[in-house]
Write a protein that binds this ligand. Structure first.
Ligand SMILES: [Zn+2]
Ligand SMILES: [Zn+2]
Length: 261
């Protein structure tokens, strides 16, 4: 049976494109074709003005065989983050699922995960960048209003970091312990397989540790087009089997239910 959920998707991609049947229906068609049972729409909070809960309801009515979650990817954008968080608070009861992520390393105002920044990162002190990244994630958790953390070790994206400590585990263990304490989930994302690092998020060492301490997982492609839905799930499925992950977290109105694979 195909993996049943894709919990990180961007119908609007990289601009405000208001939700309409024309925008959303291709996502339902692609979900059905790929055997997905549940799809979460998690556009970036900076494009919140395009999100329309009534249009998601309309899509649900037209496609009762697939469950659609109303969601958002809330990040630490220094310009839009505050308004994004206020929007999440205001719409909390209409949202099923909120992803939290850090795409910015203060005081920078440019996303660090732009692939065009690879050469720059090859020259940077990524140990220091990782410390800043973890502080940014910690800030997201301090502010709250999140169900699940997206691409937990995104800082590795450029594929140029040789961690001095040998493994990512010592860097990320404290935040994983905090995620566990706060009852949140993390996603296993195939998006890293289309980035220079060429590795799923997070690293296997982190998935193993998270699994060991009992953090639940969602599954995600971080699709920016319906064509990318469930991308590389054929590669992810045997990996989950080897890791002994036999259930995934699903959400409705922020309530988690585990679903057997
Ligand atoms: Zn992201
Ligand atoms: Zn995303």
């Amino acid at each position: 049976m195909p993996l049943p959920i894709d919990y990180h998707n961007h119908p609007q991609a990289h601009s405000v494109r208001p939700y309409t049947p024309e925008l959303l229906q291709p996502w339902a068609d692609a979900a059905r074709a790929k055997g997905l049972k549940q799809v979460a729409f998690t556009d970036h909070d900076r494009y919140k003005d395009g999100v329309d809960f009534n249009q998601i309801d309309r899509l649900r009515d037209a496609n009762p065989d697939v469950i659609f979650l109303a969601g958002i990817e809330l990040d630490n954008d220094p310009e839009t983050g505050t308004a994004g968080r206020a929007w999440v608070e205001k719409n909390w009861d209409r949202l099923d699922f909120v992803l939290g992520s850090a795409h910015y390393l203060a005081p920078e105002t440019e996303m660090f995960d732009q692939v065009t920044r690879k050469d720059e990162f090859a020259r940077r002190d990524i140990e220091a960048d990782c410390a800043q990244y973890l502080a940014e994630l910690g800030g997201m958790l301090d502010r709250g209003g999140i169900d699940c953390l997206a691409h937990l070790d995104l800082i590795k994206i450029h594929g140029v970091w040789q961690p001095k400590l040998g493994s990512l585990q010592p860097y990320f263990e404290p935040i994983l312990q905090r995620i566990k304490r706060e009852g949140l989930a993390i996603e296993i994302s195939t998006a890293g397989w289309r980035k220079p690092v060429n590795e799923q998020y997070p690293h296997l060492d982190l998935i193993r540790l998270a699994h060991e301490i009992g953090i639940p997982f969602t599954l995600a492609s971080d699709a920016h087009s319906h064509a990318q839905l469930a991308e590389h799930y054929d590669r992810l499925e045997p990996m989950l089997g080897e890791l002994g992950i036999r259930e995934v977290a699903t959400y409705k109105r922020h309530q988690r239910t585990m679903l057997a694979l």
